[in-house]
Design a protein around this ligand. Structure first.
Ligand code: HEM
Length: 91
């Protein structure tokens, strides 16, 4: 069996500035430019790549929008954690 260390590949300092930071703007390049990129492979690659990737990518917008609508997001406190507080519990 061959195991690929995807975690390390996707945090390679030679490819990404500040690889451990959450910087979504790093993905704001045309998809053509990154067509064959192997630096970021959350769905794997090749023959065993995730067959649900298109479904997951089309669903993620609705998922995030629903979470923004239903929860108050609070960052900070102990360990700078993210807390999601259900809006309907606050009434
Ligand atoms: C954000 C959501 C998802 C992520 C990040 C993800 C990621 C992955 C990864 C990394 C693999 C392994 C690829 C490899 O071995 O190289 C995989 C396999 C797989 N995924 Fe997903 N996946 C997601 C959503 C889904 C969804 C929504 C479905 C089905 C509706 C799905 C079905 C599968 C199946 C069946 C495999 C096994 C493919 C095989 O071994 O041939 N995944 N996924």
């Amino acid at each position: 069996m061959v195991a690929i260390d995807v975690y390390t590949i996707m945090r390679d300092g030679k490819t990404w500035d500040y690889p451990n930071d959450f910087r979504p703007e790093r993905f704001m390049v045309s998809s053509k430019e990154k067509e064959n990129a192997m630096e970021y492979i959350p769905f794997g690659a090749g023959r065993r790549a995730c067959p649900g990737s298109k479904f997951a990518l089309s669903l993620i917008h609705t998922t995030i929008a629903t979470m923004v609508q239903c929860f108050d997001w609070k960052v900070g406190g102990e360990g700078s954690t993210l807390r999601l507080i259900c809006k309907s519990d606050q009434a």
